[in-house]
Ligand binder design. Structure first.
Ligand code: ATP
Length: 495
């Protein structure tokens, strides 16, 4: 087992042990595949990450506004967006193990193996054949490639494969009380379409002028064939998407703008710069004229976290065609000949990030095991070095003992802070143990109230990262927190 995978396993079990992430309905047969619940600390971290995105996108851009569209949408939406006809993965079953795979993933793994073994020519050749088969949607050819390259099922070890079939990733259900009048509707596979269908509602009611954006966070659902790597690939997940509407012809410049803006936002979190890279798409989806992914170096390698796509006027145009409603914008600004730009369907730049993948990389980048102490006091501590703005609890307050009026002083400190900051109170166990538990949650500050506090109104503050302790007046706690947990500080690094 490589060291990185070892760390990943530790992160996954840390998530369960410390109330960050649980498997959905785990008491039944070990839970539901690829569906997860966020626990008491996970929900705080997730809310903070969402807030960081929202504050940057909506609050610091006066030409971007928010939206909260419903998960259910008129079924024609998904016809227009192309999801009914095209949102599918090619899958293949092994007849012996009964395991199902994505045909393209099996071939990609083989390409990676060729590369690892130094068979570069074979890897390139297979990559080209795979790209061509996917582009032509040639399922027979995918199966032929699997056979030609002698790919076996990792479970049964056999090459007894079914044909390759397309598998639509959308979940469906019925709307309507009676089976006879029920209509098939879908659980949205992306949040973007809720923005497109509301484009004119928002533009008109908000008197928005192009260029402007609409941002939304919310659940999306995909019936992923293979669910892998914990919350990396889920069947129910959360997206944070922004569609930026621009004048046709300016899309390249806005695409570059958003590429830079989004990477700066990631980097402002303060994790290692080398953990991020762009992956520009060479083969583009039919609706895109430029696309890139922001990838993060997870313990299992670089993987997509966010997509930035120049989607042309594809979506609005398609909704116009399918709904019969005009999706045009009137641009009164004057062109170089002094004439108004007039009516047009705007072009769109999309930024689309998965909140759960962001959560996962934040944990992977923050999880540390450190050697502490000396001699027979040598020990390992697990610490989440989360940016303070993201930490589930900002401060933990400990009375040294449960008596002598110390809990009352601790409670009073919390009463002063709790309207601004999430505080943790604990009076059980030795102080050292309590510090360690907070390290594992990522709490940046611990405050200990002792007998001296009763005499001179001072406490001990202990800093998570340096483990330094110092005596400070109770009256200065608030300003220390205000300084460290400060949206302005982090957001000014993004602009
Ligand atoms: P992938 O190629 O990894 O399946 P995608 O290209 O289909 O991702 P998009 O449709 O561009 O993803 O969705 C935007 C973002 O939503 C992704 O960058 C990712 O962070 C997130 N996302 C997509 N599918 C999932 C999933 N099944 N579980 C968790 N997050 C997801």
């Amino acid at each position: 087992m490589s060291e990185d995978i070892d760390i990943f396993k530790k992160v996954v079990s840390h998530c369960k042990e410390y109330g960050f992430v649980f498997t959905s309905s785990e008491i039944y047969d070990n839970g539901l595949g690829a569906v997860y619940d966020y626990g008491q600390n996970g929900v705080e971290l997730k809310n903070n990450l969402r807030q960081y995105w929202w504050k940057f996108m909506v609050q610091t851009h006066d030409n971007i506004v928010g939206l909260d569209a419903a998960i259910f949408m008129h079924p024609k939406t998904w016809k227009a967006s192309g999801h009914i006809d095209g949102f599918s993965d090619p899958m293949i079953d092994n007849k012996d193990s009964k395991k199902r795979y994505r045909a393209d993933n099996l071939l990609e793994d083989k390409i990676a193996k060729y590369q690892k073994d130094g068979k570069t020519n074979k890897a390139d050749e297979l990559q080209t054949a795979l790209d061509n088969s996917l582009l032509a949607n040639d399922l027979d050819q995918l199966k032929t490639l699997i056979e030609q390259h002698e790919i076996a099922c990792p479970f049964s070890g056999t090459r007894n494969w079914t044909d390759v079939r397309q598998f639509n990733l959308m979940f469906s259900t019925e709307m309507g009380a009676m089976a006879e009048d029920a209509d098939k509707i879908y659980l949205r596979p992306e949040t973007a379409q809720g923005i497109f269908v509301n484009f004119l509602n928002v533009q008109k009611s908000g008197r928005m002028k192009i260029p402007f954006g609409i941002a939304q966070t919310g659940k999306a659902f995909r019936n992923e064939i293979i669910a892998r790597q914990f919350i990396m690939r889920m069947r129910e997940f959360e997206q944070m998407e922004m569609q930026f509407f621009v004048r046709p012809g300016t899309q390249k410049q806005w695409f570059e703008y958003w590429k830079e803006a989004r990477i700066k936002w990631h980097l402002a979190l303060g994790f290692d710069k080398a953990s991020y890279r762009f992956h520009d798409h060479v083969k583009l989806a039919h609706y895109a004229d430029a696309a890139t992914d922001i990838e993060f170096d997870f313990p299992f390698g670089f993987k997509e976290v966010e997509g930035i796509h120049s989607r042309t006027d594809f979506d609005l145009k398609s909704h116009q065609e399918h709904s019969g409603k005009k999706m045009q914008y009137f641009d009164a600004d004057l062109d170089e000949n002094g004439k108004p730009f007039g009516n047009y369907i705007p072009y769109v730049i999309e930024t689309s990030i998965g909140l759960d993948r962001l959560f996962l990389y934040t944990l992977c980048a923050s999880y540390k095991e450190e050697e502490v102490g000396e001699g027979d006091k040598k020990d390992t501590r697990v610490v989440l070095s989360l940016p303070p703005i993201l930490a589930p609890y900002k401060v933990a307050i400990f009375p040294l003992t449960k008596k002598d009026g110390l809990p009352e002083v601790a409670r009073k400190i919390i009463d002063d802070l709790k309207f601004d900051y999430n505080c943790f109170y604990e009076e059980k166990d030795a102080i050292g143990k309590r510090y360690r538990r907070q390290d594992a949650l990522g709490t940046p500050f611990c405050i200990t109230v002792d007998h001296e506090s009763l005499e001179n109104q001072t406490v001990t503050i202990r800093y998570r990262d340096s483990m330094l302790q110092e005596r400070i007046p109770i009256s200065s706690i608030k300003s220390i927190l205000d300084d460290a947990i400060n949206w302005k500080k982090i957001l000014t690094q993004t602009v």
